[in-house]
Ligand binder design. Sequence first.
Ligand SMILES: NC(=O)c1ccc[n+]([C@@H]2O[C@H](COP(=O)([O-])OP(=O)(O)OC[C@H]3O[C@@H](n4cnc5c(N)ncnc54)[C@H](O)[C@@H]3O)[C@@H](O)[C@H]2O)c1
Length: 325
Amino acid sequence: MTLRAALIGCGGLGKVHAQMVQPLEGMKMVAFCDVDGASAEQLCREFQGDYATSDVERIFSDPTIQVVYICTHHDTHAPFCMRAARAGKHIMVEKPLALTTEECVEIGRVVEATGTKLMTAFKMRYFDMILKVKELIPNPLMVTMQMMDNRWPDDMWANDPVAGGGNVLSQGVHSCDIMRFVAGSDPVSVYAVGQNYYQKTGVIDNMAAVYRFANGVTGNLVQGDSNCPSLVSKFYLQVFAENKSATLSDRLTTLTYQEKGKDPVVYKGSETGFQEENRDFVLALQANRPMPIDHRDGLLATLMILQGFQSIATQQPQPILSLLA
Ligand SMILES: NC(=O)c1ccc[n+]([C@@H]2O[C@H](COP(=O)([O-])OP(=O)(O)OC[C@H]3O[C@@H](n4cnc5c(N)ncnc54)[C@H](O)[C@@H]3O)[C@@H](O)[C@H]2O)c1
């Protein structure tokens, strides 16, 4: 059966997902929705959809739609996810899952209660050099992740504290998901330092955080938009085990692996992910398998950042995993 999907949010990432779905067997993007009706019309024409609308309720109440892609601003993720799940539709939601812990927990509750499936879009899990690191160092001791962007514009919606939450939350969830994935364990607690250094909207724009994982792995995160460093690039990951290390530079596409007493080995990969996550999503839906990256993954990555903010505010370590008990 070909699943019929609707795209809510026809901006930059919405268009990327429409492009990724196009070549896939098993799903077709048939409806396009955006508050900006012209954007919805444009993608509908480009991807030969059945209809475009600026009324999101038309999507939720359409019984022929089985899947909804939510690619809108962050403050709409929670209400749209819950509305979609209550309408019995499966969900691909762009990161972050939502803006608050309560919203993330509630999304999970509604998804589980309705028996729908939700995938959080963490494309970096599919980067081939991330997968290679897991193969080379399956049991790390320390994972350090740095994501340092060029300064985001003051008037960008994602910098708005209500609509977006700022770059540390918006992009930091990618970093946290990767750290958790590579650590192979859930985050127990965080101690973070950082602040609003310059963004006029008042969001925390740069943060350093230390995470304790349940299996004893130490995680270290540097997240911000001070300036993209050309030497290591925007995304930079290092993984350490006894007498072993792996360094991923060039936006995580170059992996330098070193074992004590041996010459370093360099692996080259590519920045893949969007196609793979969409393919995996469709395959899991078609086979009625659990989602490869689900609402709990979305929740924990978001909590890792939000509890970092809480640590900054209180100047105290903050729990993560125990909040879910
Ligand atoms: N995975 C990644 O690598 C990656 C990269 C960039 C952005 N994103 C995420 O993708 C999502 C969208 O970001 P973007 O860069 O495409 O933003 P964008 O501004 O280009 O697109 C968002 C669209 O949503 C529409 N919209 C806003 N509120 C709406 C509502 N209530 N109903 C219907 N439509 C609404 C806007 O009109 C706009 O067209 C965000 O969650 C963002 O964090 C992910």
